[in-house]
Design a protein around this ligand. Structure first.
Ligand code: ADP
Ligand code: MG
Ligand code: MG
Length: 254
């Protein structure tokens, strides 16, 4: 599904290398987690995959089901089924959530060469998904994310995912600001959307999220590389012992 090989990335305006040879392969239907100390390059990896400006790939490859992500336009990435959860948390005053979701879905369909969804079919789809995720109708009518609580934003993110039905979902749960309830929401949403044809890359600073989303594979990122890969027990080990031993083992200064 997702193949990253020897990815090197530096800041565009500065002589600062952030990713120093990331190798990562996520198979269809699997949930991979990336953990790692602050500043190790986790968010940079997701930004580069999303095509955010400001970064320069100096070496390596990244592809999604054969599509070269490093060359693809944002709509091509979306059409290929890439979804980044942090992509749409922005507030868009004046644009209703429903309109936004429908626009995003139709842009994806268009890039795939499919016909637009009719207003009636979309309404049916969004109501059905909202119901199954216990999202009340009121949230669908409000402007995108405006005045949403942290939990509501998360709920909305999951709704976006449920509607767009991506193949590869990348969630960067950057901050410790995720309270227990929001964490539960994210986990329940991910678990509900787990499917043989869908993969997840869950980036998290804390092991706690992984108590609720049982990953198939856990990677530890440090110093711009994946330094260890293992099963869920690797996350437990880090929770218990911290990163110091692993960093020392790989000669990475803290
Ligand atoms: P993580 O998500 O693992 O905490 P980041 O990807 O956010 O790590 O950051 C990796 C490193 O790159 C950090 O040292 C950070 O300060 C630096 N970095 C990332 N983006 C920028 C930027 N736009 N300008 C300056 N430094 C940056
Ligand atoms: Mg950080
Ligand atoms: Mg981060």
């Amino acid at each position: 599904m997702l193949e990253i090989k020897n990815l090197h990335v530096k800041l565009e305006d500065e002589d600062k290398q952030i990713l120093k040879g990331v190798d990562l392969s996520v198979e269809a239907g699997k949930v991979h987690a990336i953990m790692g100390p602050n500043g190790s390059g986790k968010s940079t990896l997701s930004y580069v995959l999303s095509g955010r400006d400001g970064y320069e790939v100096t070496e390596g490859e990244a592809s999604l089901n054969g599509l070269d992500l490093l060359e693809a336009e944002p709509e091509e990435r979306a059409a290929a089924g890439l979804f980044l959860a942090f992509q749409y948390p922005v507030e868009i005053p004046g644009v209703g959530n429903m309109t936004f979701l429908r626009t995003a879905l139709n842009a994806q369909r268009k890039a795939r060469g499919e016909a637009e969804i009719s207003a009636g079919d979309f309404l049916k789809l969004v109501r059905e998904k909202a119901k199954s995720l216990k999202i009340d109708a009121d949230m669908l009518k409000r402007p995108v994310n405006v005045g949403f609580s942290g939990g509501e934003k998360k709920r909305n993110e999951i709704l976006q995912m449920a509607i767009l039905e991506p193949k590869m979902c990348i969630l960067d749960e950057t901050d410790s600001g995720l309270d227990v309830d929001a964490m539960r929401l994210v986990a329940d949403g991910v678990n509900a959307l787990r499917d043989a044809g869908r993969s997840f890359l869950v980036i998290t600073h804390y092991q706690r999220l992984l108590d609720h989303i049982k990953p198939d594979v856990v990677h530890i990122m440090a110093g711009g590389r994946i330094i260890e890969t293992g099963g869920p027990d690797l996350a437990m080990e880090v929770e218990k012992n911290g990163y110091a031993d692993l960093l020392a083992k790989h000669g990475i200064a803290q």
